[in-house]
Design a protein around this ligand. Structure first.
Ligand SMILES: Cc1cc2nc3c(=O)[nH]c(=O)nc-3n(C[C@H](O)[C@H](O)[C@H](O)COP(=O)(O)OP(=O)(O)OC[C@H]3O[C@@H](n4cnc5c(N)ncnc54)[C@H](O)[C@@H]3O)c2cc1C
Length: 356
């Protein structure tokens, strides 16, 4: 017997077959729910259960027990246990529809060891828009998608992404090193809902690891020079001084915001490093006793996000004011999530540094 899933705020409903995830059922019915990794790691598909319950094969990594206790669930992993009434983040309705585009590479530059700035221009002349914080999918030759966040505010009219190389990765270690200006790629955009929530007007705490700074930079790029921009505390976790490829620019933004504090945190800073050391989420936790008034944006390593959520909720942060995007990998999102819990790849990626 199918279950009925109602979204009263949108006036929509659809049915889910027994054993079917909420996201799969919504997609089958043509109902748009925000989602990214589809492996329970990134947290983008977080919805609120107003009535009813879901079950999980395995409790998803991208959800904390505190979030679950407050009625949140991840649509990509949650299987309805009966009829449901749900609420979906309202921003999803306003986001532009993604489309497939032909793009050409306009620049490929090294940002720092292991990170490449890739700049693209769309070829098809179709007007495009995106919200700062959204991402695009680059299609590999066989159509498999690889996700990268736009690093600039949309008004700049370019598509630039910051790509961390993953050894053995099909795109970042395979295709990217061979790309040159003039090469063609297929991309889908805009995607994702890690965007600035204007309605949630609170002091901003933004925490990124590695290339997780890219969508955060886009959001801040769009906000800077806005006299109504809220106060911003930006923490960026990297490994070494040489990794801080946006350091000068981020420091310069202190002049572009009425209140802007930028704190780089290095997990492997050299002997001359005078700044903060350790893991970025620990630095935030040390600096803030009370996060109950903040809107918190987390981006980068899923392990950092999971630890940050726990630490920040302990300091009074509220679940509905935390927005997160975990940079799961396409090839092994579940492995990444699982191994954080069991001390494998993703945990070692975090513990050996702040990289995303
Ligand atoms: C919404 C979103 C936005 C993102 N934005 C960015 C961004 O702005 N910048 C950025 O750098 N990253 C970003 N990411 C992460 C990026 O999409 C991944 O790193 C991407 O999968 C890399 O693609 P790849 O083809 O190089 O690696 P993949 O082919 O996906 O491989 C990833 C890793 O897994 C290993 N691997 C492959 N197959 C196996 C296997 N069977 N068993 C074990 N290991 C395996 C590879 O060797 C490699 O190390 C984002 C992710 C998401 C979900």
């Amino acid at each position: 017997m199918a279950y009925r899933i109602a979204i009263p705020a949108a006036g929509e409903s659809f049915s889910a077959e027994p054993g079917e995830t909420l996201l799969a059922a919504a997609e089958r019915a043509g109902v748009r729910l925000p989602h990214d990794c589809q492996a329970g790691g990134c947290g983008t598909c977080r919805i609120r259960l107003l009535d009813g319950a879901v079950t999980y094969d395995e409790f998803p990594f991208g959800l904390t027990p505190e979030e679950e206790a407050e009625g949140y669930a991840l649509a990509c992993q949650g299987v309805p246990a009966g009829d449901l009434v749900i609420a979906v983040p309202s921003v999803a309705d306003d986001l532009p529809e993604p489309r497939r585009h032909a793009a050409t590479v306009t620049a490929v530059e090294s940002a720092c060891d292991g990170v490449t700035r890739l700049t693209l221009a769309l070829l098809d002349g179709v007007p495009f828009g995106y919200w700062a914080g959204q991402y695009l999918n680059i299609r590999l030759e066989d159509g498999e998608p690889r996700s990268f966040s736009m690093a600039s505010a949309p008004a700049r009219g370019v598509l630039d992404v910051h790509v961390r190389r993953l050894p053995g990765g099909r795109f970042t270690d395979g295709l990217l090193p061979r790309l040159k200006p003039g090469d063609r790629l297929e991309v889908d955009l805009p995607l994702g809902s890690f965007v600035y929530r204007e309605a949630d007007y609170r002091p901003l705490l933004m925490v990124a690891t590695g290339t997780g700074i890219a969508p955060v930079r886009a959001i801040l790029d769009a906000l800077k020079d806005d006299p109504d921009a809220p106060p911003v505390d930006l923490y960026w976790g990297m490994r070494t001084e040489a990794d801080l490829y946006l350091d000068a620019e981020l420091r310069s933004w202190e002049a572009a915001f009425a209140e802007f504090r930028y704190v780089p945190v290095l997990s492997r800073g050299g002997p001359l490093w005078r700044g903060r050391r350790g893991y970025v989420q620990d630095a935030v936790a040390a600096d803030f006793d009370d996060l109950s008034e903040h809107a918190i944006y987390l981006c980068g390593s899923p392990a950092m996000i999971a630890e940050a959520k726990r630490a920040f909720l302990d300091r009074g942060a509220s679940v509905q004011h935390i927005y997160a995007e975990g940079f799961t990998t396409a090839a092994r999102p579940a492995i990444a999530a699982d191994s954080v819990l069991h001390g494998g790849w993703a945990a070692s990626a975090l513990r050996s540094g702040n990289g995303a």
